[in-house]
Design a binder for this molecule. Sequence first.
Ligand code: G4P
Length: 531
Amino acid sequence: MSLTEEINKRRTFGIISHPDAGKTTLTEKLLLFGGAIQTAGAVKSNKIKKSATSDFMEIEKQRGISVATSVMAFNYKDTKINILDTPGHKDFAEDTYRTLTAVDSVIMVIDCANGVEEQTKKLMEVCRMRNTPVIVFINKMDREGQDPFDLLDEIESTLDIKVRPLSWPIGIGATFKGVYNMFEQHLNLFDSNKTKIERDIVSIKSVEDPALDENIGEKAASKLREDIELIEGVYEEFNPQLYLEGKLAPVFFGSALNNFGVQELLDAFIQIAPFPKSRTTDLREISPLEDKFSGFIFKIHANLDPKHRDRIAFLRICSGKFERNKFYQHVRLNKNLKFSNPTSFMAQDKSVIDEAFPGDVVGLYDSGNFKIGDTLTEGEMMNFQGIPSFSPEIFKELINKDPMKTKQLEKGIEQLTDEGVAQLFTQQPGNRKIIGTVGELQFEVIQYRLKHEYGASAEFQAKSYYKACWMTSEKPEKIDDFVKRKAQYIATDKDGNLVFLAQTAFLLQSAQTDYPEITFHTTSEFKRELV
Ligand code: G4P
């Protein structure tokens, strides 16, 4: 098969949602339809439940599960589908944001009763940063929920994206009778049978077809006719181009738990979702069709067994063909590396592969060479852009409790922050280490892992910082001046960039007013400007 054919048949995407909307259930049902698993219940949620916050073994177990389910690949109707899993827990939001840099599109699951929730909004913002195409799946239609038109309005207004329903629910909750597939003009009739995969599909010529009344009753049929007329009056025809540009989200309704509406989603997905596209580096755009291999690391997972310190780095392939045992350039370290056991993830099986293509994700065993965002190439010294790191929200100083283990502590914190568990800032005098995270849970994970994997003992002392801001200015002397005046609130990140640790929103605002020539950034996307 040619490289073009390999690329055209791949669809790499992520499923995102606010916790509990049904991401895990939908993932599992897609795998069932794709024939990748045979029974429901095979995919475990990687949610870390609130009750588990102080149960470290539980965290470890969950982390183990999330490695197994990090990438799930399967073939469906000649398409190779790669689903990249994203953690649901908000304390791991940053992991989700980074994973989204490795996908070409997303499916966003929304609970029909709760509508757009907080995490949904944040995830949408991340999708917008890269104009990632979004398909919306409104789930749990077997339960009482909001009116579908209200839900569509809410999505448009709160997520700031245009929508176009491609399927439409007939009733909701107790009155839910099925879904009308507007894309292919057929009825999908509902029965609440969770194990049934094949659905009763009735083809109808149009909503005027009397078969509609026969199947769902006169009352539901006339309501559906009214709804469809309204939809056609209000929403423009589905425009695939606008979807690919990230400006329009097609919407499907269903019930993942009941295998309902999932096949429509999957069938439409393989038709409209984008195959791997060009990506930006600091030198130039890279087309997936280029002969030479390139890719980047978007996730690193530590080995759960403390006796084996090696980790798995997840590589997204962006161009060319990746081959086992071939030397590739690690751009940041300027070093040649080859991989004898690159791993692919087919549903739940891991296996060593000989080659992989753009859109694929490969697991590389790593003994400490990789950091999130690293680029591998066939020699060109370029770096893929747009792996975001956001300002942490919680800051604590790392206190060494065992001076005999200082080296272990340093190494441990260095590696854990390379994995992206947290961000590390260094403050002077005394090289004080400030750890920044988006959630409390990470501090527990860090403390536990430092002890168990590195034998180091640490404590944290809370710091009352509000945001870490990276700074840019056309007049570097302004930054020098600011740094002198605010020395006690200045730190450096792992790449040596200066960071202002603002204590409150007010102090950040006044810094901005006093130094209008300096731009304060709360995401590392500013690095694009530095290039
Ligand atoms: P998440 O990964 O987005 O966090 O959600 P998950 O799939 O774990 O689903 C959250 C809860 O919602 C689960 O119930 C799941 O069974 C339920 N659910 C998912 N899809 C549907 C649906 O279409 N209809 C209905 N009625 N429920 C749905 P749970 O009680 O929290 O967990 P479990 O004990 O059932 O696993």
